[in-house]
Write a protein that binds this ligand. Structure first.
Ligand code: SAH
Ligand code: SF4
Length: 347
């Protein structure tokens, strides 16, 4: 698919043929199997100030937390006992966590469970990335967020797209499996920009493609995104903000599947926040991964990246069961993973 093919797929009056061929492509490449991954949110402290994110440094309304390391390990072990095959350790860019605890936690999880460990903790020096890899981290998730230079610069103060892409190259060179992706529905973003994002994901030859809808957060400068001046309207009809965001994201999922049939493509939690059936629909158009938040309930609600997160309650067992039901509803089966021995004190 070239850029024009992608634009055609994004704008075709009837998306059903696209959805059907994506499901067929997934079936041929991977079968109708869903991987369920646990997300554990280590810290809501962040030195960065991304305009879109509720954890941004300047959000003084947020009550911040750091998950005590023993709780993080215990939760990861429960997730493994519940059936999760991967834990994603996610965090704001918290200097104390990054330079202190992350490496120990990665090693402790690898030593006591059969899970793979994915890190999603932002931009750190190559030495830190290398150390974590050496201690057992398998994958790294670092979204480039947007392939459009101006939008990137505007939304991530002090950061540069070319540096982000440099980190992705470093991660690959260090032997990580790399996940990345974009936000869809950013102010000023057009369908052409989204097509460029998908082409960049193809270029990066990613293990995991993450396409997430942007959800405006009330305590950020993008709270009322529709009232912002659109300063680069070439063609109002191609402004993503003026379109049905769920539809655009689902089309992106299908196009991603066609561009990379064997890739891991999640129905993101943000898609679940956008529409109650968002993740189910993603599976029905070509996705093959679900991510479930297993952060202990006392902290989960405070990891307030965007509103309407599927915080829910319940522990890892219930979270795994909930994901399995979504998979079943999509007519798919959940991938069997070796389980860790149940930690002491669990029912
Ligand atoms: N600090 C790390 C990881 C945590 S943020 C990092 O930035 O890479 C994880 C992801 O949350 C980001 O990549 C971003 O795509 C997403 N995110 C942040 N704010 C969001 C919002 N308002 N709506 C949807 N997704 C958002
Ligand atoms: Fe920090 Fe990540 Fe949020 Fe940016 S997106 S403010 S780096 S947590």
């Amino acid at each position: 698919l070239n850029r024009q093919d992608i634009l055609d797929a994004l704008t075709a009056p009837d998306a059903r043929p696209l959805f059907r061929s994506a499901v067929q492509a997934r079936r041929d490449a991977l079968g109708d199997v869903v991987q369920v991954r646990a997300i554990l949110e280590l810290s809501s402290h962040c030195r960065s100030n991304c305009l879109y994110c509720g954890l941004r440094r300047d959000n003084t309304k947020l009550e911040r937390y750091r998950l005590p390391p023993e709780d993080a390990l215990e939760t990861a072990r429960r997730a493994s006992a519940a059936g999760f095959g991967t834990v994603i350790l996610q965090s704001g860019e918290d200097v104390r966590e990054a330079l202190g605890h992350i490496g120990h936690l990665v090693k402790a999880i690898r030593d006591s469970t059969p899970m793979s460990v994915t890190l999603s903790v932002g931009e750190w020096p190559r030495e830190a990335l290398a150390t974590w890899r050496m201690l057992g981290a398998d994958r790294y998730l670092l979204k480039f967020e947007t392939s459009h230079d101006d939008i990137y610069r505007r939304l991530r103060p002090g950061r540069r797209l070319e540096d982000r892409l440099g980190y992705l190259r470093d991660l690959r060179a260090l032997g990580y499996q790399v996940g990345s992706g974009n936000l869809v529905g950013l102010p000023g973003q057009t369908l052409g920009d989204v097509a460029d994002d998908l082409l960049l994901m193809q270029d990066l030859d990613l293990d995991t493609w993450v396409i997430g809808p942007f959800r405006p957060h009330p305590d950020t400068p993008l709270a009322d995104v529709r009232s912002l001046p659109v300063d680069r309207v070439k063609d109002a009809r191609t402004q993503v903000l003026s379109l049905d965001l769920l539809d655009v994201v689902l089309r992106c999922v299908s196009i991603s599947r066609l561009l990379s049939p064997r890739a891991h493509i999640p129905g993101t939690t943000a898609l679940g926040a956008l529409a109650p059936e968002g993740r189910l629909r993603a599976l029905k158009v070509g996705a093959n991964v679900l991510m479930q938040d297993v952060t202990p309930a006392a902290f989960r609600a405070r990891y307030d990246i965007y509103p309407g997160r599927l915080v829910g309650d319940g522990d890892a067992w219930e979270r795994f069961g909930a994901a399995a039901r979504v998979a079943e509803e999509a007519g798919m089966t959940v991938q069997e993973c070796p389980r860790a021995v149940e930690p002491r004190g669990t029912p």
